[in-house]
Every structure is written in structure tokens, then in C-alpha cells.
Design a protein around this ligand. Structure first.
Ligand code: NAP
Length: 320
């Protein structure tokens, strides 16, 4: 089969399309025919060798995919060949024609979701659910700011929050991204590339502040985020690419908090709850992954460049 392989950590050019043996499932494993693989920012950090998790070389990147069960190993009971699934982590990597996964790493993909949408499920929706409902208990009636609402995690958070009765504010850096956030459920949108947008957000709350902020770029925004919080407000840090200065008194006067999430650190019980929440939302149509770009698998290095560029519009999917 064809797969993307990384033999040394480095820039996007280290992603090579190669011919490798098609995997065979062992006990408790399945092989998925990958129809689309999701590209996440962390794939690029891992490829660069700067991520907390450094896989042994060579490796095939990717944890997210949409596809069909090709074969099952001895003892696998939850799925059968032909089942449509979304993949949440793999044994062998998702940027490939076939991916080996544990039976527990595949989940039903409802018919109304395309395979490319299935490739945009796990990391974005898993992170959004975990941040909103497990890291904090965001609930109906609260006001949420999704700081970075045009990308994978942001759109997922907007959809979850809107369906759960929160008042949702979203930010993006392009007109296209702002329109997308609004279309997917944000009540109001703000352009984070324009000076003064933070004052507009405060004004939209009549000066009260927002209850919860999901932060996609904390190294840029955390200091200002604390000034946008209501009393007992919470900032949940999802993304950060550097250091930042904050004024601790902004937290003190609001009895507020800032905390972080890491999807790879969730417990088994949390993971089960997340999948139940995702599958229900995919079935009832409140969760609709947005695929902004589909590229052939061979163009993985282009995808790794573009996923880090401004002007996000949903997910990038690689098609083997
Ligand atoms: P993505 O699809 O590439 O989207 C990036 C988002 O960040 C876009 O909405 C982008 O908006 C926004 N952004 C850019 N500049 C910003 C600014 N100055 N202020 C606020 N937002 C800004 O990435 P993603 O998959 O949604 O992931 C978002 C971040 O979370 C990444 O850094 C990723 O590594 C991280 N993440 C962490 C976890 C975890 O477990 N902690 C899990 C998943 C993702 P425009 O392009 O419209 O400007």
C-alpha cells in the first residue's frame, strides 16, 4: 500500500510517499481502508520533532481518519468488514491507504457524515468536548468566547456550545472564517486581526465579560483574555506556540482561573464519554465537521504547510 513515511524529523519535505506492506490485524485489532485522513497542527509539531511525543522513526503520521473496516483480527467483536467508521488514534498511522487500529480506536460513522468529515472528527471534536464539558462545565445560559473559531477545534466548539444553549462568540482572522463561524452557530463574530476587537467583545456582554474562553493561541492572547472574563470566568488553553506575560491580578479580582487541556492526557472514562457525545451529535446533525480542503495523500507536505497558515477554514483532509 501507499503511505506517508517520516524517516527523520524536519520540515514538511521529510514527508515521503512510499510503498509499504499492507498491515494485517492481530488479536483485538482491525484494518481500516482509509478514505480520508485528517491533518492536525500537532502532526506538524511531531514531524518537526518538537512535540512532547516523539515517535520512533520511521513512522506514518496521523491519528484521524474516515473509512471502512477492511478486516478484523481474532476476537474483534465490535465491528465487521464493511462498517463505516471514524478513527481516533491508530497503531500504524492514518496518512496511508490502510491503517491498523485497535478495535477500541474505531467508532461508527453515521451515513450522513462523509469520509472526509470522518477524518475531521477525533482531535477537533474530542478536544472541543473535553475543553467545554470536562475541563470546565460550560453550560446553557453561559457566554462562551471561542478564540479561534474558524479552524478544526473552533468549529467543533461552536457547534457543541450552540447545541447546548450557550451564547457563542467566535473569532477569526478572515472574512471567510468569520462567515463560517457564524454559519456554524456563533451568535456574534469578531476579527482577531483587527485592533480593538477585545473592546467590542466586552461591549457585546454589556461590560460583564464572558464566562468561558476556549483559547487557540494563548501565547498571543492570554494576557488580554483575563481582562475579558466575567466573575468566576474560566480560560481553557487549547493551543499555544510560545510564552506570554499575564497580570495575575486580573484573575484575582474576578476569582477567575486559567487552565490547560491536552487530549493525549484524558482518562479512559473521559474518552468513552467524549465518543458518546460525538456520536450522538453526528447522528442528530448538531455536529457537522467542515472540510475546507481535500488534497491527494501525495500532497501531505503541502497540507503541513497550509495547516499552519492564517485564514483557517475548517479541516484539511488527505485522500489516499
Ligand atoms: P486550525 O484548524 O489550524 O485553526 C487555527 C485557529 O487559530 C484558526 O481559527 C485561526 O484563525 C486561529 N487563530 C489564528 N491566529 C489567532 C489569534 N491571534 N487569536 C486567536 N485565534 C487565532 O487548528 P486547530 O486544529 O483548530 O487547533 C487550534 C490550536 O489548538 C492549535 O495550536 C493546535 O495545535 C491546538 N490543539 C491542541 C489540542 C490539545 O490537546 N491541547 C488539541 C487540538 C489542537 P484564522 O486562521 O481565521 O486567523
Amino acid at each position: 500500500m501507499k503511505a506517508i513515511r517520516v524517516h527523520q524529523f524536519g520540515g514538511p519535505e521529510v514527508l515521503k510517499l512510499e510503498e509499504v506492506p499492507t498491515p494485517k490485524p492481530d488479536a483485538g485489532q482491525v484494518v481500516v481502508r482509509v478514505h480520508a485522513a485528517g491533518v492536525n497542527p500537532y502532526d506538524t509539531y511531531m514531524r518537526a520533532g518538537t512535540y512532547a511525543i516523539k515517535p520512533p522513526l520511521p513512522y506514518t503520521p496521523g491519528s484521524d481518519a474516515g473509512g471502512v473496516i477492511e478486516s478484523i483480527g481474532p476476537g474483534a467483536k465490535q465491528v465487521k468488514p464493511g462498517d463505516r467508521v471514524y478513527v481516533a488514534k491508530t497503531v500504524s498511522g492514518a496518512y496511508a491507504e490502510y491503517a491498523l487500529a485497535l478495535e477500541s480506536q474505531v467508532h461508527p460513522l453515521p451515513a450522513k457524515a462523509s469520509f472526509a468529515q470522518g477524518a475531521g472528527v477525533w482531535v477537533p471534536y474530542g478536544t472541543a468536548y473535553h475543553a467545554l464539558f470536562q475541563a470546565t462545565s460550560a453550560h446553557a445560559g453561559e457566554t462562551l468566547l471561542v478564540h479561534g473559531a474558524s479552524g478544526g477545534v473552533g468549529i467543533a466548539a461552536v457547534q457543541f456550545a450552540r447545541a447546548s444553549g450557550l451564547t457563542v462568540f467566535g473569532t477569526a482572522g478572515s472574512e471567510k472564517g468569520l462567515e463560517l463561524a457564524k454559519r456554524e452557530g456563533a451568535h456574534q463574530v469578531f476579527n482577531h486581526s483587527l485592533a480593538g476587537y477585545q473592546e467590542q467583545i466586552l461591549k457585546a456582554t454589556d461590560g460583564r465579560g464572558v464566562d468561558v474562553i476556549l483559547e487557540m493561541l494563548a501565547n498571543v492572547n492570554l494576557g488580554n483574555d483575563l481582562k475579558l472574563l466575567a466573575i468566576r470566568g474560566r480560560v481553557i488553553i487549547i493551543g499555544s506556540r510560545g510564552d506570554v506575560t499575564i497580570t495575575p491580578r486580573d484573575l484575582m479580582v474576578r476569582r477567575a482561573s486559567a487552565s490547560g487541556v491536552m487530549l493525549w492526557k484524558i482518562t479512559e472514562d473521559e474518552e468513552k464519554e467524549i465518543h458518546a457525545g460525538i456520536i450522538a451529535g453526528l447522528e442528530n446533525g448538531t455536529l457537522r465537521p467542515v472540510v475546507g480542503k481535500e488534497l491527494p495523500l501525495a500532497e501531505a507536505s503541502r497540507a503541513h504547510k497550509e495547516v499552519l497558515e492564517p485564514g483557517a477554514f475548517g479541516k484539511i483532509a488527505l485522500l489516499p
